[in-house]
Design a protein around this ligand. Structure first.
Ligand SMILES: [Zn+2]
Length: 125
């Protein structure tokens, strides 16, 4: 059992159990089950985890450019072009990384049979 199996499958957008069936029905929308092995994809939910990690990663990488551009000693046209480039990079990275992050977190959940925490039925006396 290796952690790299579900992560390698996530990079290809494939099921974390069999590495064959496709995960996504459309952009960020998971299928209800795996076409290949029949794994139920409704048993796990990544919630906003992928957006959290991707958002912070992009912020760490690109935020310095948003702060440096206004104070840079460059022509205004260069600043406008710079803002356009940084904005395009922000949107492009988000669209590229969100499916990968969602697939990685989801595959780790189904591969390791992770479930939501529950309180036990029996209270100690
Ligand atoms: Zn599968």
């Amino acid at each position: 059992m290796s952690v790299s199996v579900p992560l390698k499958a996530a990079l290809r957008g494939r099921c974390g159990v069999c590495s064959q069936g496709k995960l996504f029905d459309r952009f960020l929308k998971l299928k209800s089950r795996c076409d290949h092995c029949g794994q139920d994809f409704t048993v796990a939910d990544t919630a906003d985890g992928p957006a959290f990690f991707v958002g912070f990663f992009i912020m760490i990488i690109l935020a310095p450019f948003y702060f440096i551009l206004p104070v840079a000693q460059i022509p205004i046209l260069a600043k406008v072009f710079g803002y356009g480039a940084v904005l395009a990079a922000t949107i492009g990275l988000a669209y590229w990384l969100l499916p990968l992050a969602k697939a990685a977190l989801f595959n780790l959940q189904i591969y390791h049979r992770a479930e939501q925490a529950r309180f036990e039925d029996h209270a100690p006396n």
